[in-house]
Design a protein around this ligand. Structure first.
Ligand SMILES: Cc1ncc(COP(=O)(O)O)c(C=O)c1O
Length: 370
């Protein structure tokens, strides 16, 4: 049996009756940027997330960079985050002139360990940037408490956490702003790149809207600050609005498959993800840990099952970011899970039979390699 990691064309087939006419209309009218589809996407997602503003952008990376800049993070500021993330989290901290400060993660949730944050705070610390990895929110009560006590901002990397909540509060409802990604493989994926900044802060919203068009102010060709080209194409916004009609159903199916995995692997030698009881997980990835990861993944490949590693090498061990960290051994949990983790197919395209086959092969492979 073949178990692919993703089925992107399959998503299109489900909503092509919405996408095709929208694309034709955009092409015929020539309204290619900052039009009605952008507005619809921004409005619907701000509402879903319970925040005042949604600002559609070119990518999740831009949402983080523009959000940081709009929130006033800049040269000399330190931003506390983790090295177990996609590079964009840390790249954008550096791009706004700030300094990333890495703390370790929690082994079975892969996200920032709040118990380690306070020791990393210095007089230069301006913000904490938790990453809601793999579709569940970080321990936000603990993080917000630390931020309040030390007068720090919190910016959420919600790239992998669209419509994902904790205690009923959606990503973006905790910090000053949050960046969402619509990269192709995300739970809500564009036909290319796209991102969204979510914020309750009117000033951050105003500055972000200006920064996405070169820092232009209210008047055309008059500039308030140095900005970017970061508009979302109407074609992308239309694709996203179409897929948004199916997102809840797709996420429900992801949860069914993940629960199947959780139950079947609970007593195995795999370290399974821990979902905080107050979290509604949207399972962007289903990620397990095993000391024999590479052999198991090779075996799964022979079995026709795709798997992938997010992320094989933590950022403090990459040359461009090494000088921000303390070198090998400085983040023991991060370094260990990077060697153990691998993600299994969990998309809504999977049948029960395919999920059961993945489980059966995983269990068989563990005894071979044990
Ligand atoms: C954790 C994380 N942060 C940031 C990003 C950047 O998003 P994008 O690829 O849309 O620029 C991604 C997605 O790729 C991500 O997974």
């Amino acid at each position: 049996m073949r178990v692919p990691f993703l089925d992107i064309p399959g998503q299109y087939k489900e909503v092509r009756h919405l996408i095709d006419p929208a694309i034709a209309e955009i092409m015929e009218t020539g309204a290619y940027v900052l039009g009605k589809w952008n507005t619809q996407l921004e409005t619907e997602l701000a509402q879903r997330h319970g925040v005042k503003h949604g600002i559609a952008l070119n990518s999740g990376t831009d949402a983080l960079r523009i959000g940081m800049q709009a929130a006033g993070i800049g040269p000399g500021d330190e931003v506390i985050t983790t090295a177990f993330t996609f590079v964009a989290t840390v790249e954008t901290i550096v791009q706004v002139g700030a300094v990333p400060v890495f703390v370790d993660v929690i082994e079975n949730t892969f996200d920032i360990d709040p118990d380690l944050i306070e020791a990393a705070i210095t007089p230069r610390t301006k913000a904490i940037l938790p990453i809601h990895l793999f579709g569940q929110l970080c321990d936000m009560p603990a993080i917000m408490d630390i931020a309040r006590r030390h007068n720090l901002m919190v910016l959420e990397d919600a790239a992998q956490a669209i419509v994902t909540s904790q205690d009923g509060v959606m990503a973006g409802g905790f910090g000053i702003c949050a960046g969402v990604s619509f990269y192709v493989t995300k739970n809500l994926g564009a036909a290319g790149d796209g991102g969204l900044l979510l914020t309750n802060d009117d000033e951050v919203a105003r500055r972000s809207k200006s920064l996405r068009v070169h820092g232009m102010g209210r008047e055309r060709y008059y500039y308030d600050e140095i900005g970017y080209t970061s508009r979302m194409a109407e074609l992308q916004a239309a694709v996203l609005c179409a897929k948004l009609t199916r997102l809840d159903a797709w996420n429900e199916r992801r949860a069914e498959i993940a629960e199947r995995y959780q139950a079947a692997l609970a007593d195995s030698s795999y370290g399974i993800p821990y979902i905080r009881p107050n979290n509604e997980c949207t399972w962007h990835q289903y990620t397990v840990r095993h000391d024999d990861r590479d052999a198991i993944m090779a075996g799964l490949k022979e079995d026709g099952i795709d798997s992938a590693i997010y992320y094989p090498v933590p950022l403090h061990l990459h040359e461009p970011y090494a000088h921000f960290g303390g070198g090998a051994g400085s983040l023991p949990v991060t370094e260990r899970v990077s060697k153990q983790c691998f993600s299994l197919p969990v998309g809504h395209h999977l049948s029960d039979e395919q999920a059961d086959y993945v489980i059966q092969r995983l269990l068989a492979r563990q005894s071979v390699t044990a």
